[in-house]
Design a protein around this ligand. Sequence first.
Ligand SMILES: [Zn+2]
Ligand SMILES: [Zn+2]
Ligand SMILES: [Zn+2]
Length: 311
Amino acid sequence: MSGNYKVELTIVENGLDFIKRSLIELEKDDDMYFKYAILHLSAGLELILKARLQKEHWSLVFEDINKANLETFNKGEFKSVAFENLISRLEGICDIEMGFKTKKKIQNLKKYRNRIEHFDLSVNKKALEAITFKVLSVLIPFIYKEELIKRDHDTLKFINEKLTTMDDYITQRYKEISPIIKELPSEVRLLECPNCLQNRTLRLDEKYCYFCETTFKNLSVEFISRFLNFDEHFNISYGKFKFLDLCPCCEKRSLLVADDECLCITCCKILRPKEYVKCIDCGISHLFGKEEGEFINEEYVCYDCIFKDEI
Ligand SMILES: [Zn+2]
Ligand SMILES: [Zn+2]
Ligand SMILES: [Zn+2]
């Protein structure tokens, strides 16, 4: 249907336009522009993903497909599909294999965008460039592969050129920080940075990211808003870490737990999983050897819980 094609083209062009704007905003050295750069990048991404749904069928961009109506569609007067549903429809209906990494990059941007909109975070240029590069390096090939617009489109060319310079920038940045990271003592733990999303650039003991040069005042808050679901499991895998536990040392719920080690992002303690135990009754974590409770029928109960009825 030729009419349909025209609408699709408009969405893709709009999406690319938002992305172009975001790249221009990124070049201005100003926090206010940085904020818009993320908002525009996110808007552009969403439009392009929606364009792919629309290419399948226009009704798929309605949040409630039962309410899909060509007249309201043409007027643009409808509630369009929410982000999470957008992704699941692309996978389930359009049979697009997003791949774990791609999905993660897209969801990361969305989370970042929400944080900026709601918490008025200051944005760091190095972090922003890294995130933009990550998202565009999956979005542009997606546009080509799904044939959403002709390859020699001017805006697409503009974006591609910028992408090349960003690639250089990221490689350059890694060249600068790699020697420093390599020299770090083996007990230093490196994590993915919740700000620039680069892997193994955040030094836990100093709460400092070498890539984006951010020192985190409250790393656990940044971390939780970025990586966790409300049930405190990682909704997007965070390396080897599976869930967050109460730290037996600082008592904050900020102990990242993996099979071989646990790291606290508040007090920076590194423990092995066998070094602490949880009270079966109150769930509070205790270090072994601190004699804060005892095993009853192989289950650990802390003294507070054992004696609570006797007070
Ligand atoms: Zn960083
Ligand atoms: Zn702790
Ligand atoms: Zn207890």
